[in-house]
Design a protein around this ligand. Structure first.
Ligand code: HEM
Length: 501
């Protein structure tokens, strides 16, 4: 009897799975959406931990060359959008429908789930409004002197490393610099990693950069299968690193007189967070330490690595393209002659238009977060043929439009002139989105530009960057496979810095 019962249960389960799978498998076919047949378990996610998602998105784009492609996150249907017109509607025109990201860090990970990047409405709106205060023009102007001092440290560090014949490992040194800049401006503590080769904050960012199998699986789950996050207790940030950051955070709060000390003027992120807590308390609302720490952690994580990767790729391209480097050098030298012994401030940096072209072109080829995700909060008409259901994740494939020859002729050629003002206006809108777009775009964009402009202009003014033998061409640099963003992985990404006369 028991055997019959078990056999019946097994047969029903197999039948259920078969019927369900048939429904899943035919989902996009029935809606007339192009797709690659899904794997019975992983759906379209067979590339995870083997290939960077940005590279996968680019291949998908080239294989189909159509406005959208259907994919599956395990058995959940999702849509990759390639058309700039539809991208515009999702990010901007109909952003009310697509206000939230699909990715989620679950309930068991407060620091991972409460931060501005992962949080959804209504929490997100409050955080975004409050933290915008950190990135006003006045605040950026105040940061100028600090960023410029850090850039000088960088020039000095290269001189010292040169004297000791230490090779310029591009990503390492750029990360030392961005950790100092963001660590100091966000947390208000002295971080002198460029000067000393290490710092407490660099310990934290080094941990953030490490992607082993567990962290790779955690991120894959957070970004593509959030249902698994709580089951496996995955976390957005490595747990031991958060405890380190918590210690740093607590010691600064104590140094500043604790949570109750009145904040008259918010100088940095820490002040803004303390003020947020005080204002909430005055409305009888409790704002936990985890909530505040989550914001500090995501600004550090969102800022240091994206900026360091961009700076690394820019330096590396300059080494391989001496003509553009010379053009940049002449621009920076002319500005230096104009301002004299004074350091570059925010106004001066705005004159370095060719430097901006170089940063933009670098971000076109290597956008650290090139694919953007959102989730539809209601049924949404994509076009006359397709309406997606509420809850469908969508991925905006800007990493691929940025190298489509239709929009960027000879796309794999590094050519900053594309972004000269007379050429930039011809770029098709919504084909170039390295900082995203709409209400959820990158909050730190201007801060990133300032950090990049100070660092790159100082290096180019003082050194001629040259290639070294046996190093890969820029487009052949290996990128992260276990991490999900487009970050360089190559130990061979080294250059030589020859002091200028
Ligand atoms: C070159 C450097 C950077 C790049 C390429 C970059 C790129 C991006 C992109 C593509 C997004 C998603 C936008 C969207 O979904 O529409 C984003 C979001 C974000 N970025 Fe950046 N970023 C950079 C630097 C920074 C810096 C310096 C900070 C902070 C100090 C920062 C903090 C954030 C935060 C908090 C978000 C989430 C915003 C939200 O969801 O409201 N980023 N960034």
């Amino acid at each position: 009897m028991l055997l019959i019962l078990l056999t019946l249960v097994a047969c029903s389960t197999v039948l259920w799975a078969y019927l369900r799978w048939t429904k899943v498998r035919t989902y996009w076919e029935k809606r007339g959406v192009p797709f690659r047949p899904p794997h019975p378990i992983l759906g379209s996610l067979t590339f995870l931990q083997r290939e960077n998602p940005a590279i996968w998105m680019r291949k998908l784009y080239n294989d189909f060359k159509c406005p959208y492609v259907g994919i599956w996150l395990f058995w959940r249907p999702a849509l990759v959008i390639n058309s700039p017109e539809i991208i515009k509607r999702v990010l901007v025109k109909d952003s009310e429908v697509f206000r939230n990201r699909f990715l989620s860090s679950g309930k068991t990970d407060p620091i991972g789930s409460l931060n501005m990047f992962t949080a959804n409405d209504p929490i997100w709106t409050t955080i975004r409004r409050r933290l915008t205060a950190l990135f006003t023009s006045a605040k950026l102007r105040n940061h100028s002197a600090m960023t410029s001092a850090k850039a000088k440290d960088l020039v000095e560090r290269i001189r010292r490393d040169n004297a000791k014949n230490i090779p310029f490992k591009v990503r390492d040194l750029c990360t030392d610099y961005t950790t100092d800049v963001i660590g100091e401006s966000a947390f208000g503590i002295t971080s002198e990693c460029v000067k000393n080769g290490d710092s407490v904050m660099r310990g934290v960012t080094r941990d953030f950069q490490e992607f082993n199998l567990h962290r790779g699986l955690s991120w894959s789950s957070i970004f593509f299968i959030p249902e698994l996050v709580d089951i496996f207790r995955f976390s957005f940030f490595p747990k031991h690193t958060i405890e380190r950051l918590r210690k740093i955070y607590r010691s600064i709060v104590t140094q500043r007189g604790g949570y109750d000390k009145e904040i008259k003027e918010s100088r940095d992120l820490l002040d803004i967070l303390l003020k947020m807590k005080q204002e909430a308390a005055s409305e009888n609302e409790e704002m936990s330490e985890d909530f505040l720490l989550a914001q500090a952690a995501v600004l550090l994580l969102g800022g240091f690595d994206t900026t360091a990767a961009t700076m690394s790729f820019a330096i590396y391209h300059l080494a391989w393209h001496p003509t553009y480097q010379q053009k940049l050098y002449e621009e920076v030298l002319a500005l230096k002659k104009k301002v004299g012994s004074k350091d570059f401030d925010l106004n001066d940096l705005s004159e370095l238009t060719y430097l901006n072209c170089i940063i933009k072109e670098t971000l076109r080829l290597f956008p650290p977060m090139g694919w953007l995700d959102r989730i539809a909060s209601q049924d949404y008409k994509i076009d006359d043929k397709l309406t997606i259901k509420a809850g469908t994740p969508v991925y905006l494939n800007a990493v691929a439009t940025q190298i489509d020859p239709q929009y960027f002729p000879e796309p794999m050629v590094f050519n900053p002139d594309r972004f000269l003002s007379e050429n930039e206006r011809d770029i098709t809108p919504y084909t170039y989105l390295p900082f995203g777009e709409g209400p959820r775009n990158c909050i730190g964009m201007r801060f990133a530009y300032q950090t990049l402009q100070q660092g790159l202009s100082s290096i180019v003014l003082n050194y001629e960057i040259q290639t070294l033998p046996d190093t890969p061409k820029p487009n052949d640099v290996q990128v992260e496979r276990q991490g999900l963003f487009l970050m360089p992985l190559d130990d061979k990404m080294i250059v030589k810095c020859v002091p200028r006369e």
